[in-house]
Structures are given as structure tokens and as C-alpha cells.
Design a protein around this ligand. Structure first.
Ligand code: HAM
Length: 454
């Protein structure tokens, strides 16, 4: 038997009803906060994530699905490429291909492990700065080669949003941070998720980070030899990433390291104070978490995570923060500060488990045709009722009436509509309320109205 690949899974009904419920609720909330949808490709050039998310992060160094994508070039294309294109896209001829004298254009591609880098690439590529402040959201699959467990998958789904624009649009202002966080608080409550906590920190701007990195390196120097090899490398290349270490023996050392919040400059401090003041005003509860640094390199200033009490080890239901330097890092000529988040939709669904039946849409009516030739009449009737916005399930006359009624109940329909031969060539319609068992003949013209319960 061919099975779904480890870390991926099929989403089946009735659980898919829950996914649709969540997605429709989030679209409503995004609408209320004036966010618009963006859809970026599922794969991008590897360089986008290496540069954007950071080479030293777990995501880029260990978890990406990356492949070399080769296109065989015709002789004519080879001539054009050799003549016109800049060095990096000169045709590469892999060693084992030389003999065949074929030329290949090869590029490294990656299934997106997250969506922020793709959104910022699209912002630059399509000059979205011209629109001022962009409030964009996305819903879609992401891919990370992590060890699968409950709440952690290799293909998982994120609902995310990004607020990004030139400085003249006010995208760097603490009001934007507060609006995003207040929206998340509202959204989780609207979905009926209780028991969540907003953990908040500021990871400073590049100047603060330089001072902090210095302090971290200093603090790490005397202890680094006893830490894992990954940390030994990180201490040199990107000391902040030491906080991503999961090795149990390293944890006491990590706990004793200096924290970024002690190294914030006056501007970052003021920004963070403003965010907190706005949140208090908007009655959004939060906890300060001085050790929160997040596992992606692009964050500046505000960083946050929401955790959920009922989720066990994978309890981060969403994460996000500010990334004021990312657009420039990815090639934008102008600064484009931004803030955003991504919510793990799989984890959200886990937190809502048990509510699938509640949100699943059952048919309004189940048509039960009785007697020869009645399937044709039932099909035409179903079309007519569906045209009047009713959800209709169609039974087959080859089953006995008792069986059809049983199926109608199993499908969760409110009514069964028995269609059979009446007197003098006319058809008879009997509407059975499946909850009360009440059964009444109804003229055809009144069926839709009666089923709608008017
Ligand atoms: P992240 O913290 O890497 O941030 O992921 C956000 C959320 O995605 C996590 O809190 C978690 O709920 C979910 N998630 C991550 N990995 C998995 C997995 N393997 N299985 C199931 N769920 C998972 C980002 O991705 C940033 N792009 C967020 C952001 C947007 N920052 C600014 N804008």
C-alpha cells in the first residue's frame, strides 16, 4: 500500500469542516481589520530563505526541502545565455554530463518553510511601496523537515499576515504592532480558543543587537568548550542562535546568559514601551518574556509568541514580530519596515478538536424516491431545490424506503422528502421532519419554503 509520506497527512471530513470554519472566521476578521489576501508561490529560490530567514537558523541549516532544478538548454539557448546573461546564470555542465555535451541551466529551489520572505520578495518585485501601507494575509502550506510528532508536521499550514510599507506610511510605528496583537487576541477569542498566553519581548534594532552580540560572545567564551558543537559554531557566526539549542546539558548555561532586553537602546525601549501602553489601553493581556528571541534571523524590536495550554510540547500556536531591515536585506532600495505573524493552523485545529461535528454542515433535506421512474423525478427536484439555496442529498430508489430514511438520518438531514406516484399521474411529496418524526404532504411549489422553515 502506498501511504502518505511521513510528516504529511490527509485532512478528511468531518475535520475539514473545522478547517473551513477556521479559515472563514479568519477571513472575516482580516476583512474587519482591512487586510487583503496575497498568494505567493510554494517554491522560491533557495537564496531567498538563506538570506531572509538566516543561514544559521535551524530552518535553513537543517529543515528545508531543497533541490537543484535543471533545465536542459537548446544549442540556441546556450548561445544566448553565454552571450547575454550575467555570470551567475552561465550554463553549468555537471561533470557526468560533459560527455553528452548537453548544457543545463541549474538553479537551487526550496519549498517554502515560511511565508514572510516570499511576501517581502513580492513587495519588492511588484513595487508595492507605491501603495503605501500594505496589509496582507495568506493561508497555505509550508514545509519543514522536522521530526514529526503531534502538532509538528513536515507539511503544515499557516495563516499569517504582514503589515509592510515605506517609512512614510508609518509601518514602523508601535500602533501597527498593537493593532496586529489586538487582532490576534480578538481572532483567538472569536474562534473560541481560551487558555492562551501572549508572550512579548523586544529583540532590539541592529545597533542594540551589535552590543548584545558582543556581550553574548564574552559570556560564552569561558563556557563554550563544554557546549554542543552547534553552539560552538553559533558562538562565532551568530551567537543569538545559541538560544535555539535543545541539548539538555546546555540549558543551564543558556539560562545564565545575558538577555537582550538589558541591551535595548533608548529608541527601541521607547518603541517597546509604546507597544505595551497601547496593548494595556486595548485590554490585550500579555506577559513579558525577556528570553524570547524567536528562531528566525529577521526580527527587530517587537517579538512575540502565543502559547496554548492544551497543546503539550508543541504549544506555540503562533509567532511573529517586527522585521524592519528584511526588505533591504532582500534588495529593496528603500527601507520597508514590517510586522507580522504566522499561526500554525494545524495546532489551532488541535486546540479546537471535538468541535468538528458542531460546525459540519449537514444537508437540509434528503430526497427519498419511491417507485419505478422516481429517480428521474428526484434528480429534477434536487436541481430545483439546490437552485433555491438548499443543501440536498439524493437517495436512490433501488433501496427500500426504510433504508433511505435511515441514510437520511445518518447524513444529519433535517428533513426527508419522500417522492412517489400520487393519483392520476401526479407526484406526491411527503416531508418528514427527522427530529420529530412528523410527516406531512406538501404541494411542490411550497417545498423550498417549508424546508427553509419559514
Ligand atoms: P514560526 O514561529 O517559525 O514563524 O512559525 C509560526 C507558527 O507556525 C508556529 O508558532 C507554529 O504554530 C507553526 N509551525 C511551525 N512549524 C510547524 C510544524 N512543523 N508543524 C506545525 N506547525 C508549525 C514564522 O513562520 C514567521 N514567518 C512568522 C512571521 C510572520 N513573523 C513575521 N511575520
Amino acid at each position: 500500500m502506498i501511504k502518505a509520506v511521513r510528516g504529511t497527512r490527509d485532512l478528511l471530513p468531518p475535520e475539514t469542516a473545522l478547517w473551513n470554519f477556521v479559515e472563514s472566521a479568519v477571513r472575516d476578521v482580516f476583512r474587519a481589520y482591512n487586510f487583503q489576501e496575497i498568494r505567493t508561490p510554494i517554491f522560491e529560490s533557495t537564496e531567498l530563505f538563506a538570506r531572509g530567514v538566516g543561514e544559521e537558523t535551524d530552518i535553513v541549516s537543517k529543515e528545508m526541502y531543497t533541490w537543484e532544478d535543471r533545465t536542459r538548454l537548446t544549442n540556441q539557448q546556450v548561445a544566448i545565455v553565454a552571450r547575454d546573461l550575467p555570470q551567475p546564470v552561465q550554463p553549468s555542465i555537471p561533470d557526468n554530463m560533459v560527455k553528452s555535451r548537453e548544457h543545463y541551466y541549474s538553479q537551487s529551489l526550496t519549498l517554502r518553510p515560511e511565508n514572510t520572505a516570499g511576501v517581502v520578495r513580492a513587495y519588492i518585485e511588484h513595487n508595492l511601496w507605491q501603495r503605501g501601507l500594505n496589509k496582507l494575509y495568506y493561508i497555505g502550506p509550508q514545509f519543514r523537515r522536522e521530526r514529526p510528532q503531534k502538532g509538528r508536521y513536515r507539511q503544515f499550514y499557516q495563516v499569517g499576515a504582514e503589515v509592510i510599507g515605506p517609512t512614510s506610511s508609518g509601518s514602523q510605528r508601535p500602533l501597527r504592532d498593537a493593532e496586529v496583537l489586538e487582532m490576534l487576541d480578538t481572532l483567538l477569542r472569536r474562534l473560541g480558543i481560551g487558555d492562551f498566553t501572549l508572550h512579548l519581548n523586544s529583540v532590539g534594532d541592529p545597533q542594540d543587537r551589535a552590543a548584545y552580540n558582543e556581550a553574548l560572545r564574552k559570556a560564552l567564551q569561558p563556557v563554550i568548550a563544554s557546549m554542543c558543537t552547534d553552539c560552538q559554531r553559533r558562538a562565532v557566526t551568530n551567537p543569538l542562535r545559541v538560544f535555539d539549542c535543545k541539548v539538555p546539558d546546555d540549558q543551564p548555561i543558556i539560562q545564565s546568559l545575558p538577555v537582550i532586553s538589558d541591551y535595548l537602546g533608548s529608541e527601541s525601549k521607547e518603541h517597546f514601551d509604546n507597544v505595551q501602553t497601547f496593548l494595556r489601553k486595548a485590554k490585550v493581556p500579555f506577559e513579558l518574556d525577556r528570553r524570547l528571541v524567536r528562531g528566525l534571523d529577521y526580527y527587530t524590536r517587537t517579538a512575540f509568541e502565543f502559547t496554548h495550554g492544551g497543546l503539550g510540547a508543541q504549544n506555540a500556536i503562533l509567532g511573529g514580530g517586527r522585521y524592519d531591515g528584511l526588505a533591504e536585506l532582500l534588495g529593496s532600495k528603500e527601507a520597508a519596515p514590517g510586522i507580522g505573524f504566522a499561526m500554525g493552523e494545524d495546532r489551532l485545529i488541535l486546540a479546537l478538536q471535538g468541535r468538528a461535528a458542531e460546525v459540519q454542515a449537514a444537508p437540509d433535506v434528503y430526497i427519498a424516491p419511491v417507485g419505478a421512474g422516481m429517480n428521474r423525478a428526484a434528480l429534477a427536484l434536487a436541481k430545483e431545490l439546490r437552485g433555491q439555496k438548499l443543501a440536498v442529498e439524493l437517495g436512490d430508489r433501488s433501496y427500500k424506503l426504510g433504508k433511505l430514511l435511515e441514510r437520511a438520518s445518518k447524513a444529519g438531514a433535517r428533513y426527508a422528502l419522500i417522492v412517489r406516484e400520487g393519483g392520476s399521474d401526479a407526484l406526491e411529496y411527503v416531508l418528514k421532519n427527522l427530529a420529530t418524526g412528523e410527516q406531512v404532504p406538501v404541494p411542490r411549489g411550497e417545498l423550498a419554503r417549508r424546508i427553509q422553515g419559514e
